[in-house]
Design a protein around this ligand. Structure first.
Ligand code: PMP
Length: 434
């Protein structure tokens, strides 16, 4: 088993305690080599929106493989199905996002979005506008600049990622970061004011873009307070700084609308998407961009002779076919209506847990939630870990993030599945505090 170096895992500990090996999936459930079955309340890594063995996606993949199993999009050639996906996707994307560029992973989409933002700035003669603002607690990937943008020290330590290209600002997490008695509105205004002061201090002529997840996922499910994004956008516009919405978790329904940008009233210049684009059944990502960005890139590339950027598997036809079928399924579900019903059920089921010992804050929007544990007002990572591990023994997988347990279930969950995950959460909290 030592053949495999596992991501986000202590390699030495993994030799003593190897990871569970999953062998099969059935809807929202996965089964390991020991025959234990788990309800995965986080859709794997917030991505398997249609469960772990969706039949229609399997068929879309095999049909496409039988027809054209690979093609690229370089130098005057592309897959027809890839073009179909681009057209369908642009129809679904928020108003003002009119073009897409395909990649493979989420990290790559972030790397691409940053490259494109800088290419755009250079193309319009603003080459000093190069640095990127990102927030504490953000997760933007495991590439080079994407890891540097990530606001988690363990993604930087020992890796020599280009931190000097990043300017860090505060996260929008009222529960943990508000001053004593500070309202959500005052907190949002303070964050916006801090951002403006930072931009002035750092010199707007050196700043290319701000990147943010509409709702921060891997940091701990932080739902921004009302007014936050409106304020941030006003400041960015004032100082001519691009806005990149990282929709890799929030894209395709998670927050209630098709995109988190719609839920929170964000008008990005560029946006990244991956994960639920294919229901996680194929590594496919995309960067969406406004006409202004697209036109700027196109003219710049034309002057240089080509757009010198792309990867072998970007917009892979099998991934494109799976994504087209995924979008069709989301449409048949009437995604926002479907998520509203599931989300309301989850929210109601979680409400009574707020009164349990150790639970500091429960928050949810759409079909994603965070349960934050505190002890005497301070973050309690140990309890979150103990509750998460107890839940796993009881057959439900949550994501343990510091002092928070995250829930982000597949959209095919029944109300029975939701009740089960919340019951196991409740029993695990009770057990941990007994
Ligand atoms: N951005 C966000 C907001 C993410 O949540 C993730 C993955 N959790 C990424 C980027 C990176 O995506 P990937 O793991 O596919 O590279």
């Amino acid at each position: 088993m030592n053949a495999h170096l596992y991501p986000f895992t202590d390699p030495i500990e993994a030799r003593a305690t190897p990871p569970k090996q999953m062998v099969s999936g059935d809807g929202a459930y996965v089964t390991d080599t020991l025959g234990n079955t788990y309800l995965d309340a986080v859709s794997g890594l917030w991505c398997a929106s249609l469960g772990f063995n969706p039949e229609r996606l399997q068929k879309a993949a095999t049909d496409q493989m039988g027809k054209l199993g690979y093609y690229h999009s370089f130098m005057g050639r592309t897959g027809e199905v890839t073009n179909h996906l681009a057209e369908r996707l642009v129809e679904k994307l928020p108003d003002g996002i009119d073009h897409v560029f395909f990649g493979t992973s989420g990290s790559e989409a972030v790397e691409n979005a940053i490259k494109f933002a800088r290419y755009f700035q250079i193309g319009r003669g603003k080459s000093t506008k190069a640095r990127i603002i990102a927030r504490d607690g953000a997760y933007h990937g495991s590439g080079s600049i994407s890891a540097a943008l990530t606001g988690m020290s363990y993604c930087h330590d020992g890796f020599d990622v280009p931190l000097s290209e990043v300017i860090r600002t505060g996260r929008a997490h009222h529960f943990a970061d508000a001053h004593q008695g500070e309202s959500e509105t005052d907190f949002a205004n303070r964050r916006v004011q801090e951002l403006e002061e930072l931009i002035i201090a750092q010199d707007p002529d050196t700043i290319c873009a701000f990147i943010g997840e509409p709702l921060m996922g891997s940091g701990g499910v932080f739902i921004p307070p009302e007014g936050y994004w409106q304020g941030v956008q006003q400041v960015l516009r004032k100082y001519d700084i691009l806005l990149i919405a990282d929709e890799i978790i929030t894209g395709f329904g998670r927050t209630g609308q098709w995109f988190g940008s719609q839920t929170f009233g964000i008008k990005p210049d560029l946006m990244t998407m991956a994960k639920q684009l294919t229901g996680a059944m194929f590594p496919l990502s995309a960067v969406g961009m406004s006409a202004q960005i697209y036109d700027g890139l196109s003219e710049h590339a034309h002057r240089l002779g080509t757009f010198g950027h792309g990867v072998t598997y970007g917009g892979h036809p099998v991934g494109a076919a799976i994504a087209l079928e995924t979008l069709k399924i989301y449409e048949e579900m009437d995604l926002p209506v479907h998520i509203a019903a599931l989300g309301a059920h989850l929210r109601k089921a979680l409400e009574p847990l707020q009164d349990m010992a150790g639970v500091g804050n429960i928050r949810s929007i759409g079909f994603v939630a965070g349960i934050e544990f505190t002890k005497n007002g301070a973050p309690d990572d140990a309890t979150a870990r103990a509750v998460g591990e107890e839940a796993e023994r009881r057959g439900v997988l949550f994501r343990i993030i510091n002092n928070t347990l995250a829930i982000s279930p597949p959209y095919i969950c029944t109300t029975h599945d939701i009740d089960k995950m919340v019951q196991v959460m409740r029993d695990s909290i009770a057990q941990t505090h007994s």
